[in-house]
Design a protein around this ligand. Structure first.
Ligand SMILES: NC(=O)c1ccc[n+]([C@@H]2O[C@H](COP(=O)([O-])OP(=O)(O)OC[C@H]3O[C@@H](n4cnc5c(N)ncnc54)[C@H](O)[C@@H]3O)[C@@H](O)[C@H]2O)c1
Length: 255
């Protein structure tokens, strides 16, 4: 895979998805993103008119399918498919979690990834090359309390990665997950506010707890996660598959 690769990213109009989209664009690749947030899609279209950007919710198989079919029609395939769309889900003890909230968190994080991978797999298999990149989390490697839906979904992403890597490896297709730690930005600000309310702590205490649980004693930056995506898509990573690669400053304990 070299030259102008064809890169598809779900949840790609903001946050980590946008950082990855912009990193691939800067590397000279072609990029298509979908996102459920119409305003974010309008903003990324305005910033990058060369990018294919559509409104599609990954929990809506018809809308996601229409976006992916459009990509396939425009490009005749894809080289790098990033199942990135995710949501933090609710915070609270398991007996405080509503079934609808549980299911919505699983639907965005896990069902969306399943649908994206199900589209990508036959295309990449037929080409005999390609990369599927899933966004898990440090929550896919540790058991953070009061976040059962998100933790279960992100461990599920690691399982999906392992199984699919074994399924597609013989066809020359690689599958990896990135596990970011807490990323600086509005999404983490929302998570901190939610966890502070659930734990009865101040937001400063929750933020300090997250930071002190990490060897580098800081949050990571979206660009640092995008750099890992670019590495995994590079020739240098040609033997790396079935892995959950962590970009977190080294989490030493559950905050
Ligand atoms: N921010 C962090 O600290 C952090 C840490 C670990 C993992 N992650 C994971 O990284 C991924 C990206 O998160 P982020 O931090 O960029 O969050 P974000 O909220 O900044 O951006 C997520 C993007 O996905 C879109 N999105 C949400 N639900 C969607 C849906 N149903 N269909 C399509 N698009 C949808 C949002 O509109 C938004 O543009 C997620 O899978 C998240 O779980 C984030």
């Amino acid at each position: 895979m070299s030259g102008a690769r064809r890169v598809v990213i779900t949840g790609g109009a903001a946050g980590l998805g946008r950082a990855m989209a912009e990193a691939f664009l800067a590397a000279g690749d072609r990029v298509a993103v979908c996102d459920a947030d119409a305003q974010a899609v309008a903003a990324i279209r305005a910033a990058h008119p060369e990018m294919l950007a559509e409104i599609a919710d990954v929990t809506d198989p018809a809308a996601l399918g229409a976006f992916l079919a459009g990509v396939e029609a425009a490009w005749g395939g894809a080289d790098i498919v990033c199942a990135n769309a995710g949501t933090g889900g609710p915070a609270g003890r398991i007996d405080e979690i509503g079934y609808e909230d549980w299911h919505h968190c699983l639907a965005v994080n896990l069902d969306g990834a399943f649908l994206t991978c199900r589209w990508a797999a036959p295309i990449l298999r037929a080409q005999g090359h390609g990369l599927i990149l899933l966004t898990s989390s440090i929550s896919g490697l540790f058991g953070f309390p009061q976040r059962t839906p998100y933790v279960a979904a992100k461990w599920g992403i690691v399982g999906l990665t392992k199984a699919l890597a074994s399924e597609l490896g013989p066809s020359g297709v690689r599958v990896n997950a990135i596990c970011p730690g807490a990323v600086e930005g509005p999404r983490m600000d929302r998570v901190i506010a939610m966890e502070a309310a659930a734990r009865g702590q101040t937001e400063d205490d929750v933020r300090r707890g997250f930071t002190e649980a990490v060897a580098l004693r800081r949050f990571v930056r979206a660009e640092e996660v995008a750099a890992m995506a670019l590495f995994l898509a590079s020739e240098g990573a040609s033997a790396i598959t079935g892995q959950a690669l962590v970009v977190d400053g080294h989490t030493e304990r559950v905050a």
